[in-house]
Design a protein around this ligand. Structure first.
Ligand code: ADP
Ligand code: MG
Length: 327
């Protein structure tokens, strides 16, 4: 799990930071959250977005100029550029986030025994968008619930970074769910008497390092619906509020169980675009469960589940834009 954020100090000069440029976007990684770098406009009026430990801003100028414009470069950042980072789909193996081996989940006893997971082996990596495909009853929800610390396996290995979910104390599991995991379910579970903004604020008030609810809602293109109640929003908009609520705490992992299951195609695609954007802009490891094979095209990696086991997996060389999908 993430370390507690250190108290901000005045200067950036003593902060270590990795710099990478991705297309026209410059990323400062691993910097410490700093009140002086809240999202703001730089000298040329470009918006600087801050996402937890990352800052991104678009700049067609040299990285150094961009950093200067962002008010960051007054400092002795190690400005040696990392090699240019390719698009996520083309990236090689990255830091492993989940380690799953022989994962087994048995519900019931005796004749009523159901082997929901019958030995799942899986690794999930930082920043990837994984689509988990499988027919109804194949164990998708059970697997997701185990990854998210909502349910515990019967046997097998399950680690989030170096946190062993199989032996964790309940209080550590609670903290893990609260700080590290964002959940999105088929049904939005919004509180009807609270506005979109208030539904998101409910989470940001207890989170450790949240983004403002308005920023989270802006990310899912609901900046103009902040003060609407769920009943005044369409199904797709309500689901996007649920996404904003899940990401506002800047989770390391976003787990989505049939996020478009209750939506028509057009609305479903807008919701997938929001998920795609979160994955791309925040770099959040994202797992999307579906039985809709079309959605496989938007993934970096597709994992097929059948009868509680991984049947096969493949990597897409190119990720299709969610907006290009149709079913
Ligand atoms: P999927 O999400 O792929 O449809 P699930 O993970 O929900 O599959 O379910 C896998 C199997 O485990 C199914 O046969 C289901 O009936 C069973 N199952 C899931 N949850 C429970 C539970 N709480 N108690 C008993 N059986 C369960
Ligand atoms: Mg399910």
């Amino acid at each position: 799990m993430r370390e507690k954020k250190p108290a901000p100090s005045g200067a950036f000069s003593n902060r270590r930071c990795r710099v990478a440029q991705l297309n026209l976007r410059i990323w400062l990684r691993s910097i410490t959250y700093h009140s002086g770098l809240k999202p703001s406009a730089n000298a040329s009026g470009e918006t600087i977005q801050q996402h937890g430990k990352r800052i991104a801003f678009d700049s067609s100028r040299s990285p150094t100029a961009g950093l200067l414009a962002a008010g960051v470069a007054v400092i002795n950042l190690p400005l040696a550029m990392e090699p240019l980072t390719p698009e996520p789909a083309a990236r090689g193996p990255r830091r492993k986030v989940f380690h799953v081996r022989g994962l087994t989940k048995v519900y019931g006893l005796g004749l009523a025994e159901v082997h929901a997971l019958a030995g799942v082996d899986l690794d999930l990596f930082e920043g990837e968008l994984v689509v988990l495909l499988g027919p109804s009853g194949s164990g998708k929800t059970t697997l997701l619930n185990n990854l998210g610390g909502l349910d515990l396996p019967t046997a097998g290995e399950l680690r989030y970074q170096d946190f062993d979910l199989t032996t964790a104390e309940e209080s550590d599991l609670t903290r893990y769910r609260r700080d590290s995991v964002g959940f999105i379910f088929q049904f939005y579970n919004l509180i009807p008497s609270l506005t979109a903004r208030e539904n998101v604020a409910l989470i940001t008030e207890i989170a450790r390092d949240p983004m403002p609810p308005e920023d989270a809602l802006q990310m899912v293109n609901l900046g103009a619906r902040l003060d609407h109640f769920p009943a005044q929003l369409s199904g797709g908009e309500q689901q996007r509020v649920a996404i904003a609520r899940a990401i506002a705490k800047r989770p390391e992992v976003l787990l989505c169980d049939e996020p478009t299951g209750a939506l028509d195609v057009r609305t479903g695609i807008v919701v997938l675009e929001a998920i795609e954007r979160v994955n791309r802009d925040l770099g959040t490891l994202t797992v999307v469960i579906t039985h809709n094979a079309v959605m496989a095209d938007m993934a970096d990696r597709v994992i097929h589940l059948s009868d509680g086991r991984v049947l096969n997996e493949h990597r897409n060389s190119v990720r299709a834009a969610a907006s290009s999908l149709n079913w």
